[in-house]
Write a protein that binds this ligand. Sequence first.
Ligand code: B16
Ligand code: MG
Length: 217
Amino acid sequence: MEEKGFIFDLDGVIVDTAKFHYLAWKELANQLGVNFTEEHNELLKGVSRGKSLEILLSLGDVTLTDFEKEKYMKEKNIRYLAYVAKMDESDILSGIKELLLFLKQNNIPFSLGSASKNARVILEGVNLLEIFTAIVDGNDVSKAKPNPEVFLIAAEKLKLKPENCIVIEDAAAGIEAAKRAKMVSVGIGEEEMLGAADFLLSSTSKLTIEYAKGLLN
Ligand code: B16
Ligand code: MG
């Protein structure tokens, strides 16, 4: 049997940073008079920072110059990083550390495949930077999810064929990217958002070592 491996999304799979993105975007929405709820925040999951801003602006029918967009994204990221700075190992989602250690100990290849430009800072904060030998994040790609670029680069780094990669994702855009890359997809979350995934788990606590072994066979 050919070798298989895993590609992990970051936000929503390894750590729950969606709440910090929400708080940081919410402040901008308030400044601009845009009604922005936690439900709206769902639309931002897995999509790039630039696309997130576009979505927020379209919710309030607000138009900005490119200069203003850059300025607001920078400010949002500073607020976001202030939350991230407070993260530690306790912010790792249930079962993930155990699974990563198991994969490492058994030489099963795995990579990060995240849209975030802050991925390394976050991994360092929760003490997982060392364990990842392959990292593909928002700094490495020119096309955001649902474009498959991020996962295809990860497959290359792992020296695996796309069809032998198993993507763990919490966002609809990420599941679509995995599909377009012809990879196996495991959705973490609700059927409503992630119905397109090959497998669906309600939370990372269900992504046990036994379950991962099953995916490899
Ligand atoms: P940043 P993932 C994504 O990370 C988040 O889900 C998404 O909400 C965020 O807009 C995007 O990263 C960009 O993040 O502003 O840190 O570059 O889920 O692909 O790990
Ligand atoms: Mg995610």
